[in-house]
Design a protein around this ligand. Sequence first.
Ligand code: ATP
Length: 509
Amino acid sequence: MTDFKKIISHAKEYGFVFPSSEIYDGLSAVYDYAQNGVALKKNIRDYWWKSMVQLHHNIVGIDAAIFMHPTTWKASGHVDAFNDPLIDNKDSKKRYRADVLVEEYCAKIETKIEKEVKKAAKRFGDTFDKAQFLSTNPRVLGYQEKIDAILKRLGKSLEKEDLADVKALIEELDIACPESGSRNWTEVKQFNLMFGTKLGASAESAMDLYLRPETAQGIFVNFLNVQKTSRMKVPFGIAQTGKAFRNEIVARQFIFRMREFEQMEMQFFVPPGTQKEWYEKWKESRLKWHLSLGMGEDNYRFHDHEKLAHYADAAADIEFKFPFGFKELEGIHSRTDFDLGSHEKYSGKKLQYFDPERNENYVPYVVETSIGLDRMFLAVFSWALREETLEDGSSRTVLKLPALLAPTKIAVLPLVKKDGLPELAKSILEDLKWDHTVVYDEKDAVGRRYRRQDALGTPYCITVDHQSLEDQTVTLRDRDSMAQERIALADLPALLDEKLNPKNWLKNL
Ligand code: ATP
């Protein structure tokens, strides 16, 4: 996988992601999506939306406001419990999330396991059985036991809010500040992640508001409105994409952890007692969505939570292998009836459903799928970026984005800027633009233009040459194989539709 710094600079150089307000030296952990980034982001969002809303007769979408009545956040538990444990290093004055320090320590042990696996795979060759090795090798088992014990203790202490024990754990593990190398830590403290703001013109009448830290609550408060107006029967779901804001203690790693980010969430309302079954179903279904993009099964894994949030009776992350290791990409949470129940209490309004089959009223249980759009962007982008050495010894930078997600699908290139080739190329663009995002490029030698499109992730280049004028054929170049095929212009629309129609991905779900 490509070096992380290279990923960030490629994102900037090729117009995907810029630091926010860069002329003022940027704003920490806030980013802007540029001309190509916005298209990639939209394509990810569309693919999610289509798979959730369009393909499920029992899921509808909404778009709730970012501002919500402040009591929402009292009811949801965010005012009292949306905290992260922070710790400062007294020498470097750097601030860390205490839980992340411990998790990173475990990730290092995991790297040791991976090294053992690699060594053994080399030693045993074709006969190597990874699963057997992981479950029997004493050294690996020792490492795994250590990780499990540490994470279990961390989970328990956080659940009990025993912050002194979190600090004790950091000390026992001898964790040093990555910056100063010192072990001179402050106590662990809780820090609320919500951004506050005010609504109203005068100071006296102003109302304290929060920028929403998750989109889910906009769905819960609208549950009954949507259920009644859509005439949905439980089980059914409500989907939403939109901005969320968190005052993250440590916001590093580019768009992995931002202070303003976008979520794609779906809350699925189910009869009480059936949540476990739906939780398993959604876990499987979401993993399938990821796998349909073809980014390799080995790059995903589930991580079941030891420490459950105040609202959950089960929770798992889908983790992706980012350039800095396996990290959470999406959460699947069984949220019980906590949210609707709590909004009932705080609002005094009934948020119940009459189930004709059970002949009873109840507060539905909820299974949530929640994925960060920016994090998904980073997953796709970092996976796709490759430095390849070609047969002739030269190298190329190529962004092997799943074609469905590529910002531009097709570049039309006249071989030379004369002899009527630009005119034919432009007329091809005019024909194709109704179905695909197409660009036209006539600058520089064609080889350089191919490289430019490779670096932008454009899956297909159509080249118009002199033969095209004679026999109405063009060459179609494939970004990944670099193979060029001569195609009749008349066959082009059908061929491109077969390669690029989102239906072909959605059908695999
Ligand atoms: P983390 O443990 O990484 O802080 P979380 O468990 O708090 O994440 P959730 O509240 O479950 O995250 O949010 C759902 C999804 O939203 C996450 O899986 C992630 O993809 C995304 N997300 C959460 N926080 C951020 C952030 N600060 N920047 C970008 N994406 C985020």
